[in-house]
Design a binder for this molecule. Structure first.
Ligand code: CTP
Length: 409
């Protein structure tokens, strides 16, 4: 997929630098050529020799090396690539990028480049959540720098939270999406995708929500964008990063989610993958509800949330040409999903079994059935990213614009 593509990989100093070696392998097995810039701190974690052996190219570190500059100046180094990837990106290199510093070869190359830049942050959770880093990330995003991760998880420093660098495979997949020869059957189509849970306030500190991770919805948004659609992802509170190449709108409640779905105006495709809370508090308290000694627990009066899928499915001139819903069921999966498709008025339902034994909720894989007016398709168990790609491919087919591979099937 990346044959003939040239990637400049900038390896900064962090414990995650060892994953850069794996990343080189993942990129090269996809056909890309990889050249590395290693910062001084990066060289404390991985050796130039390892990178050189894996890239089969020399490794650049020194801005003032006479031989490097005569053979490959830093300007040429930064432009002689289709994409720059910074992995791991430390808090320090993000700060230097945001400030426009050119105090070593890596920073200079990043300042001089006219090519897209993908950044995979890796750092201690407190460094990642620090206001200074957050401001730098915001600045860089506004300048068009693409981010992947960081992921949540246990960290080398014995803390837990966001800060782990994305896995080499995830980064390589994003690189592929960014550089693979454009095959954009959904170009010109506008899509809205809902993802994640919603959060319904009981009082200013308590809420009703669920365990949805947003992984499937986010993957669908990315897949539609990869096929050329202009995508607005409306996401409830999730722990995963905004996907590159599309617009993400962050919301909390179902009411906010519905408003954000209607905001883009006329759309062609709606995919409702969010796990919207069915009910919200009828009268959320404006102040924290206090315990009173000896008093009975307060009762919570609930009222239904708007049904976003059903609202978007309503017939009318503004109805998207294709509305897709999800059905998460634990029993009578297909029968319930067929019934749900009719009840909601949507065109397709992606039915998935979320019984605890399947590990679907929060997991990486999904076994789904695609239900339309014409029948039921049983899909094999796939990674959520592959379910997303397959669904996006089917959507392209629906619009009469098959991807080449599907046209040949
Ligand atoms: N959905 C929505 N807005 C809601 C509730 C659900 O958009 N307020 C969408 C989900 O995004 C998903 C589908 O509807 O696409 C799932 O419906 P579900 O919540 O399972 O439907 P229910 O009618 O609540 O079915 P059940 O109570 O049988 O699970």
């Amino acid at each position: 997929m990346l044959k003939g593509k040239r990637i400049l990989l900038i390896v900064a100093g962090g414990i995650a630098a060892f994953k850069a070696l794996e990343l080189v392998r993942r990129l090269r097995e996809r056909g890309a050529s990889v050249r590395c810039v290693l910062t001084e701190a990066g060289a404390r974690f991985v050796t130039p020799l390892s990178l050189q052996a894996l890239t089969e190219d020399r490794v650049y570190s020194d801005m003032f090396s006479l031989t490097d500059e005569s053979e490959m100046g830093h300007i040429q180094l930064s432009r002689d690539a289709d994409l720059l990837v910074v992995a791991p990106a430390t808090a320090n290199i993000l700060a230097r990028m945001a400030a426009g510093l050119a105090d070593d070869l890596a920073a200079t190359v990043l300042l001089a480049t006219d090519k897209p830049v993908l950044v995979a942050p890796a750092m201690n959770v407190r460094m990642w959540t620090h206001a200074a880093t957050a401001a730098n990330v915001e600045t860089l995003k506004k300048r068009g720098i693409y981010f992947i991760g960081p992921n949540d998880g246990a960290m080398a420093c014995n803390e837990f939270g966001p800060g782990r660098m994305s896995e080499a495979e995830e980064i390589a997949a994003v690189v592929e999406r960014m550089l693979a020869p454009a095959e954009q059957p959904l170009a010109g189509k506008r899509a809205v995708v809902t993802s994640g849970p919603t959060r319904e306030a009981i009082d200013p500190v308590r809420y009703i929500s669920n365990h949805s991770s947003g992984k499937q919805g986010h993957a669908i948004a990315s897949a539609l964008a990869a096929l050329g659609a202009e995508v607005t992802l409306v996401s409830g509170p999730v722990a995963i990063a905004d996907p590159p190449g599309l617009t993400t709108v962050h919301v909390d409640s179902a009411d906010q989610m519905l408003a954000a779905c209607l905001e883009p105006g006329r759309i062609d495709i709606a995919v409702c993958a969010a796990a919207v809370a069915d009910w919200k508090a009828a009268k959320p308290a404006t102040a924290k509800i206090k315990k009173k000694a000896g008093a009975a627990p307060p009762s919570l009066e609930l009222t239904p949330n708007p049904d976003i899928l059903a609202t978007l499915s309503k017939a009318g001139p503004e109805r998207p040409a294709l509305v897709v819903g999800f059905a998460a069921e634990t029993e009578n999966l297909v029968a319930n999903a067929i019934d749900k498709r009719k009840r909601k008025g949507c065109d397709w339902i992606v039915a998935n079994d979320v019984s605890p034994a399947t590990g679907t909720f929060g997991g990486e894989r999904n076994t789904v059935h695609l239900i339309s007016a014409t029948g039921v398709e049983d899909w094999p168990t796939l990674a959520k990213g592959d379910v997303a790609m397959r669904l996006a491919g089917r959507i392209a087919l629906h619009f009469g614009r098959p991807k080449r591979a599907e046209a040949a099937e």
